[in-house]
Design a protein around this ligand. Structure first.
Ligand SMILES: NC(=O)c1ccc[n+]([C@@H]2O[C@H](COP(=O)([O-])OP(=O)(O)OC[C@H]3O[C@@H](n4cnc5c(N)ncnc54)[C@H](OP(=O)(O)O)[C@@H]3O)[C@@H](O)[C@H]2O)c1
Length: 242
């Protein structure tokens, strides 16, 4: 399905995995993308084909960078605005996984703090920086890769689940605060998606997982929907959830 109109979107986490599949699909759809990448110079060759042109902008971005740093969320938004002149959406794909559990070992608190800084504060700071643009455009979109782990907890994984439940809370707040200005927020909640992140965690065969390209097709469709039809939650599971 082709989009109603081309959007100008920030996309994080596009170096690989789900974010790359989404960026490739949205570029093919005709959207203009600003990609925030930790190492733009090392990005997959597909990016260099249309480098920093009218449809594609790349900027260094590390979710852990302090606000004043050139690779912070705040600096990225400024650079994207200088490049395109406006923004009307954000797609949050950057994220980390962690196995840290409830009774974490001495020294593991730093991993929890990094996880929260990337999975929660990353989308929060980027949305906050882009919010004036989203409000002003009257039809903004925020799509966030949450997880089924932001809706239910299977087993342990206290740190990862806590980061994703908190992210879901952030999504609900953005939905509430942006609603009357036409901003629509979707929390995308997959179970297993065939990326290196999932392969490191589950023994599920890769072909049995949701494929990144199929998730990207769903995100493409979400962006084509009018404000009156955008779902807040988009749940995708490759296994029975009960
Ligand atoms: N795969 C799954 O089964 C699954 C299921 C549910 C939800 N999710 C969520 O979907 C999102 C994408 O997952 P994925 O499977 O595509 O993961 P992935 O393949 O591991 O990719 C993670 C992405 O996040 C970026 N990133 C990590 N730390 C960052 C930081 N400090 N600053 C900026 N970017 C950073 C990585 O950039 P570098 O290349 O520079 O490391 C990479 O682009 C995550 O939020 C994940 O929690 C995944």
């Amino acid at each position: 399905m082709s989009p109603c109109r081309p959007r100008t979107l920030l996309v994080s986490g596009a170096s690989r995995g789900i974010g790359q599949a989404i960026a490739r699909r949205l570029l093919a759809d005709g959207h203009r993308l600003s990609l925030g990448l930790r190492q733009p110079e090392l990005a997959d060759p597909w990016l260099t084909a249309d480098s920093d042109g009218p449809q594609l902008h790349r900027h260094p971005y590390d979710a852990l960078a302090p606000e004043s740093a050139p690779n912070s969320a705040e600096s990225w938004v400024v650079a994207a605005l200088e490049h395109f002149g406006h923004l009307d959406g954000v797609v949050h794909c950057a994220g980390l996984f962690s196995r840290v559990g409830l009774t974490y070992a001495p020294g593991e608190q730093a991993e929890i703090e990094e996880l929260l800084a990337v999975n929660l504060l990353g989308p929060w700071r980027l949305s906050r920086a882009a919010w004036p643009q989203l409000l002003a455009c009257g039809d903004g979109r925020v799509i966030t890769l949450v997880s089924m782990s932001g809706k239910r907890v299977k087993g342990g994984l206290a740190a990862y689940s806590a980061s994703k439940f908190a992210l879901m809370g952030l999504c609900q707040t953005m939905r509430n605060e942006g609603w009357t200005a036409g901003i629509r927020v979707t929390a995308v909640c997959p179970s297993w998606v065939n990326t290196t992140m999932a392969a490191a965690v589950t023994a599920l065969p890769r072909e049995a997982m949701t494929q990144p390209e199929d998730l990207a097709a769903s995100v493409s469709h979400l962006l084509a929907l009018p404000a009156s039809a955008v779902p807040f939650e988009f749940n995708v599971s490759c296994q029975l959830e009960q």
